[in-house]
Ligand binder design. Structure first.
Ligand code: AMP
Ligand code: MG
Length: 356
């Protein structure tokens, strides 16, 4: 059997991306191209992603991004096995642009369509990069999502825990905003934290020690705001110390929550995970990466931490998830609808604090 070749399209937030990925019959993956155009500069004056502007920007460049991905991969549309598009969850205007384009290409090239859940794509990336076997524990930490999931198979995800309020990336972004740091905030807070004293402020670590592997960030965020208001006007050192102390609290609570997640995983599956897998933009943070190395070692499990460019949104993860689904015969017809919300674990979505 020949390798599968899948084109993947991502446009659920502020990255326009297309990629071609190969999957061998044994399940090994290879990225043939992965073209990512970030809209960060377009949204930067507004201090956050503006959905209407994002959708328009996707429309303007997606065709070019796809053509470039196909050119770099040196693949013709006829050679593709399938076309995969992220059908959600995300900002609906952008999702419509991406999945409609995927449908159009599938129709014109007479190729099967695979509608991919963006979160599933994050979840499966470690199988592309590290060949991780099921079942594994996934920590998804992005701007919109903070979840611990048991990834049992393609299409079988159990949410073990989630955030009761803000996502971790959102907390980074909000802290940056209250300290007047530029957008996007996460990397700025990390930069400032590197210059600061993490012990100057004893910020709360919500949910620490709780058995359920859930998260809560809003109390921590508020504590940072109150301290910043008390100190105002802030010196450069104050800003750095606030960032360092905030980030230290995030490190502690992530480590504690992952440990709780590993316990919940074992309770549910009767075995430990093959690996701790991390995904989402927050996983670009170096101290967080380093801390998770220690957590995985403590848990006696392997850590799969995709490179930074594969932690953030990209077409390769959509193409890969499409290839994994296609290999199992899972395709979608052209009537598939874009979805703003699309939880990976339908059972968990029924719970009162469901966010995805
Ligand atoms: P995503 O939602 O997966 O596209 O990731 C974007 C989120 O990751 C935003 O909330 C960013 O602030 C956050 N992020 C990106 N880089 C870092 C970093 N170095 N430290 C903390 N958060 C980050
Ligand atoms: Mg994402």
């Amino acid at each position: 059997m020949a390798d599968l070749l899948v084109l993947g399209i991502e446009s659920t937030c502020d990255e326009t991306s297309a990629a071609v990925v190969a999957r061998s019959p044994s399940g090994a993956g290879q990225i043939r191209s992965n073209v990512v155009r970030s809209q960060v500069e377009i949204h930067s004056p507004y201090g956050g992603v503006v959905p209407e502007i994002a959708a328009r920007a996707h429309v303007e460049i997606l065709d070019h991004v796809i053509a470039e991905a196909m050119r770099q991969a040196n693949v013709s549309y006829q050679e593709l096995s399938a076309v995969a598009g992220a059908a959600g969850p995300g900002l609906i205007g952008g999702v419509i642009v991406g999945i409609t384009t995927a449908k159009a290409i599938a129709l014109a090239a007479r190729k099967p369509l695979v509608a991919v859940n963006h979160l599933e794509a994050h979840a499966l990336t470690a199988r592309l990069t590290d060949g991780v076997a099921f079942p594994y524990l996934l920590l998804l930490v992005s701007g919109g999502h903070t979840q611990l999931l048991a990834v049992e198979d393609v299409g079988r995800y159990t949410r073990l825990g989630t955030t009761l309020d803000d996502a971790v990336g959102e907390a980074f972004d909000k802290v940056a905003k209250m300290l007047s740091l530029p957008y996007p905030g996460g990397p700025e807070v990390e930069k400032q934290a590197a210059q600061g004293d993490a012990r100057r402020f004893a910020f709360p670590r919500p949910m620490m020690g709780r058995r359920e592997p859930d998260f809560s960030l809003s109390g921590l965020k508020t504590a940072v705001r109150l301290e910043a208001e008390r100190l105002a006007p802030l010196s450069e050192q104050d800003v750095a110390d606030l960032c360092a102390s905030f980030q230290a609290a995030v490190l502690d609570l992530l480590a504690d929550r992952v440990r709780a997640g590993a316990k919940a995983f074992r309770d549910r599956l009767g075995r430990g995970p093959t690996a701790l897998v991390v995904a989402g933009g927050v996983a670009a943070n170096t101290p967080i990466r380093e801390s998770l190395v220690r957590v995985a070692a403590d848990l006696n499990t392997r850590l799969a931490l995709p490179t930074r460019d594969l932690c953030t949104d990209n077409g390769a993860m959509i193409a890969w998830a499409g290839a994994e689904r296609f290999a199992l015969g899972m395709t979608d017809d052209l009537t598939v609808s874009p979805r703003a919300r699309w939880p990976l674990d339908p059972a968990a979505a029924a719970s009162p604090h469901a966010r995805a």
